[in-house]
Design a binder for this molecule. Sequence first.
Ligand code: GAP
Length: 522
Amino acid sequence: MERFYTFVLMANQDDKFKKVISHAKEYGYVFQSSEIYDGLSAVYDYAQNGVELKKNIRDYWWRAMVQMHDNIVGLDASILMHPTTWKASGHVDAFNDPLIDNKDSKKRYRADVLIEDYCAKIENKIDKEVAKAEKRFGETFDKAEFVSTNPRVLGYQEKIDTILKRMGESLGNEDLADVKALIEELEIADPLTGSKNWTEVKQFNLMFGTKLGASAEHAMDLYLRPETAQGIFVNFLNVQKSGRMKIPFGIAQTGKAFRNEIVARQFIFRMREFEQMEMQFFIKPGTQKKWFEHWKETRMKWHKSLGLGEENYRFHDHEKLAHYADAATDIEFKFPFGFKELEGIHSRTDFDLKQHEEFSGKKLQYFDHEENASYTPYVLETSIGLDRMFLAVFSNALQEEELENNTTRTVLKLPAVLAPFKAAVLPLVKKDGLPEVAQQIVDDLKWDFNIAYDEKDAVGRRYRRQDANGTPLCITVDHDTLNDNCVTVRYRDTMEQKRVKIEELHDIIKQEVDVKTWLQKM
Ligand code: GAP
């Protein structure tokens, strides 16, 4: 059995991120859209393995949110909606990003992202202090104690808090001149050229417009939805009545959303076409604080059940609240480029339903039999980007390990429940009847699991290929199999091997990949 003993640390965050992007392409996970025409910025296609991983993440979410809650039901609303929807929701007037141009480089940036990136650099300094102290104190090191008492770390943290607070207030008050003043005071330069010659900050609406109708005169201006949530709000009463739902209840959906992002970089982190997994939970007014805490905790448990490392998550409460919210927090994940938003949890009050009542002239109220009264429910929303979750899982899984024999292996340690293929069946050689036995094993297992078959190259190279592909188990058929009906099972993460009977394979795979086992960790 091969053994590994240390992780090879990739040189820096940029290198790690480049490796993630190239691995995603090389192993058939993510391609640039319309690549033969030089691609389309911030638009990506999911390839043969990517589409399976994405589907498995979506299913893992759907199971946890819909199947496991008897008071949450699903919906699949259209991407195109009546244009008044977006007037009512506030997106026509307020779905803007503050943009700033550099006069010398002619490059356009999001003003808030420039400031956040500046803060991320200060945060890197905190990480370095922590790493230094960890090295100095060894096993006795208490990180929580250190970051709450070390004067240098406290100074850095105070600087970050002051900057973000001021930015939040300026954006909230639409004081764009102060956002520019902050950029100048912090001496933030164009990341590409170093120039500090900035224009004023302006607002830019992120919705993509399109037209409905054949003739130009009668065409109706529409928008591609920038969030799936509004499809849920406008269907609230239809679902409540047809499903005889009682408050509190939720409506969940997954689907495409579109945003004309100004800063479209960082691979699939910020895309112009992406997929959301959202759930609106309709509650009694006045109970929003309780439900906000409930969904914060529940969603964090869902993330942690996947085992990507507790230290890679944190909450970030919003200073600047969206136009519809009375409380909001982000679940942030440590991506290769630092902690960034992965999921939003928003207490949306009755803003959306009230707005749709006003703009449509139709009542969107709930009659509460226990109270014998009608009211507009409040809403608690959980909203996660499927593509962002994909990036979190994929980048966390990609590792390089140094083995005992001084070689390295690239391994994609995807949570087995999400892996595109659950096992690969490998005949040791391409003759002597071994491929036929291997194919028979595939045919038996494929009813329940996605199984790969690979007979090309030496078995060691095939193990490496499956490691890099993220396949949790390899099943090798050899000459002894013909006599004893046993095969070798090799585990991706530990590289441990064991001999088992063919009829045990189903249970062995199930034990590794069963959704129930994973979700029960919540
Ligand atoms: N309905 C609420 C809403 O849309 P949001 O914070 O704007 O809230 C929710 O978006 C989630 O959607 C984010 O946490 C992120 O995971 C994902 N998301 C937003 N914009 C994205 C983009 N341009 N590309 C990929 N994912 C995005």
